[in-house]
Design a protein around this ligand. Structure first.
Ligand code: FMN
Length: 401
């Protein structure tokens, strides 16, 4: 089986297998944005399960721009000792650990960020738009400052002993906003042509490289495409990869669809997800992680043996079964079922469905840290009630577009 084989990055980082824990925001930081014992426990459990490479949930690089209640923030006020303990939580199990660095841009709920920033003053759209205040456009000096915040955070991540960082440029957050012509309508060097729209990403990558050692791993998570009108296209995404590959990025994670259910992405607006991964693999020599939808051993092995990806990113199944990699190694992996929880009212599900999905996995991560078994409620109600008990009514405010 390919999935059990080790894999070496060009910088010498040796992964013991092909499974990557894709980022899931834990919302377990303390009030000051430092990591907590709950986070140390969670990552120890994930490492014990046998995952080769673990990527943290998104960590914010700017204290004034948080995407969610409980985000960890990394800046000059962070507690380095706590970060060191977090990095150490995976040691003894042979896993490597990357922290995912993010800035939410306009995708920051108004309860947390009344005056968000974005490439341009373009408000969120869609059914969740009510939860986000319209952003103001970033000034040039602020863009430069954000580039430095990513680099400074990476420097601290290195000092704390992590193997590297992943730059989050997917899922509608700030860097994805810059890449997307629908959201980025700037007329300066950060908007317009693709070269300009990707400038902030390239600058962040180079600033991180300038402040970290050559064996520090730098990865990026990119959308295969935005699949929205006038959004970032698959062709553009490939060009961004080429530019980063030329500059020596260590790993590229492709997100945005389901490998085992490619129909999800087959909406006629570009390459399907599988085609995209295949083309990406043929376009750049950088190792590729494909994330989303892996539920079976066959799906994982087919993707690896086709050569369309080097590594397999898994998020929800690894929360439900952190020991899944060990089971795979022993040939005992059963297909993982991802449940969708309903309130019983379709109009309400439509409104809060994505929120329930997030809350459910956050609650399961909290159970893991406390050594409790995964819970499988029969409806969405226990999930919603628990979320409101813990976070108050703001638990009902969407955090993503
Ligand atoms: C609760 C939850 C939190 C997530 N948080 C993040 C995040 O912080 N950063 C990120 O890049 N993706 C995040 N994701 C997306 C996952 O990394 C992954 O791309 C997605 O869940 C699809 O993979 P899966 O089908 O294996 O779950 C999150 C997903 C869930 C369910």
């Amino acid at each position: 089986m390919i999935v059990t084989q080790d894999f070496m990055l060009a910088n010498g980082l040796s992964l013991k297998n092909r499974i990557v824990k894709a980022a899931t925001s834990e919302t377990m930081g303390d009030r000051t944005g430092n990591p907590t014992i709950a986070l140390f426990n969670l990552y120890q459990k994930l490492a014990e399960g046998g995952t080769g490479l673990i990527i943290s949930g998104n960590v914010m690089v700017d204290r004034s721009a948080r995407g969610e209640f409980g985000n960890v923030v990394i800046d000059q006020d962070s507690n380095l000792e706590l970060l060191k303990r977090w990095a150490k939580s995976v040691e003894n199990h042979g896993s490597h650990f990357l922290l995912q660095l993010n800035h939410p841009g306009r995708q920051a709920p108004k309860t947390l960020n009344p005056r968000p920033v974005a490439p341009s003053a373009i408000a969120m759209t869609g059914p969740n738009a009510f939860a986000f205040n319209p952003p103001r456009a970033l000034e040039l000096v602020e863009i430069k400052a954000i580039v430095q915040k990513f680099a400074q955070a990476a420097e601290l991540v290195e000092a704390a002993g992590f193997s590297g960082v992943e730059i989050h440029a997917a899922h509608g957050y700030l860097l994805n906003q810059f890449l997307s012509p629908a959201v980025n309508q700037r007329h300066d060097q950060y908007g317009g042509s693709l070269t300009n729209r990707m400038r902030i990403v390239i600058e962040i990558y180079e600033a991180i490289r300038a402040r970290t050692k050559s064996n520090f791993t730098v990865a990026i998570k990119l959308n295969a495409a935005d699949f929205t009108p006038n959004g970032f296209t698959a062709e553009e995404s490939l060009k961004v990869m080429q530019e980063l590959a030329k500059r020596g990025i260590d790993l590229i994670e492709i997100s945005g669809g389901s490998y085992e259910n490619p129909k999800m992405m087959g909406n006629g607006q570009g390459a399907t997800f599988i085609e995209y991964a295949r083309i990406a693999k043929q376009t750049v020599e950088t190792p590729i992680i494909v994330t989303g939808g892996f539920r079976t051993e066959e799906g994982i092995e087919t993707a690896l043996s086709s050569g369309d990806t080097d590594l397999i990113g898994i998020a929800r199944p690894l929360i439900l079964q952190p020991e899944l990699p060990k089971k795979l190694m022993n040939g005992k992996m059963q297909p993982v079922k991802i449940n969708h929880f309903s309130t019983g009212w379709s109009w309400l599900d439509h409104r809060v469905g994505s929120l329930i999905g997030l809350a459910y996995y956050e609650q399961q991560m909290a159970r893991l840290t406390a050594g409790k078994p995964i819970s499988q409620p029969r409806s969405a109600w226990p999930i919603l009630i628990k979320a409101v008990k813990e976070q108050g009514l703001q638990a009902l405010i969407p955090r993503r577009g």
